[in-house]
Design a protein around this ligand. Structure first.
Ligand code: AMP
Length: 180
């Protein structure tokens, strides 16, 4: 019998040279499009997290919103968005991080979590880990704690998951691809 990870991996579409030459883009939208795969994905995360002590689910712009929103709903917890700069209307805290070329900024509302809250972070993929590390810093600046960071895909060759674990962040990833 195939594992959930194998079934989900078969649904990921690899788009070569997008958005730049040399990048193998791992497109998770076929999982979302297929009802059985989407349910399998959500249920795998919900079964894992139903025994964790979580106050808030935070999803990262933009595919982390789709998954994080459903997981929060299923766990009967609130959802908060971590967005790219300039998109959130209320008071925010910001964190800059380096990209391969240039830099990026993520933001969260100042009332997205309160001191002592236990936060589950969700994104679709870990590459260099920069986005999730910046998201963790945002949550910690609110005085809250990151319980675990979850992603569908890990690209271990890019070093992000090792970097996150070295920073003391527990990870839950469902499948990985060799190379980048
Ligand atoms: P990083 O901060 O380097 O870990 O990059 C992770 C973020 O960039 C996630 O939000 C992903 O959606 C996106 N990303 C980076 N590389 C890829 C890739 N090869 N395929 C799909 N998404 C990617």
């Amino acid at each position: 019998m195939q594992s959930a990870a194998d079934l989900l991996k078969q649904r990921i579409r690899t788009v070569p040279d997008w958005p730049r030459p040399g990048v193998q883009f791992r497109d998770i939208t076929p999982i979302l499009h297929d009802p059985a795969s989407f349910r399998l994905l959500v249920q795998t995360l919900v079964v894992h997290y139903m025994t964790h002590d979580i106050d808030v689910v935070a999803g990262i712009d933009a595919r982390g919103f789709i998954l994080g929103g459903v997981v929060a709903h299923e766990l009967n917890r609130g959802f908060v968005p971590i967005r790219k700069k300039g998109k959130l209307p209320f008071a925010t805290v910001s964190e800059d991080y380096a990209l391969e070329y240039g830099s990026a900024t993520v933001e969260v509302h100042t009332d997205a979590a309160k001191a002592g809250d236990r936060v589950l972070l969700i994104d679709d993929l870990i590459a260099t880990g920069g986005t999730l590390i910046a998201a963790c810093k945002l949550i910690e600046r609110l005085g809250a704690t990151v319980v675990e960071a979850a992603a569908i895909v890990d690209l271990p060759a890019l070093g992000g998951s090792a970097r996150l674990r070295d920073a003391g962040i527990d990870l839950f990833t469902l499948l990985s691809f060799d190379g980048h």
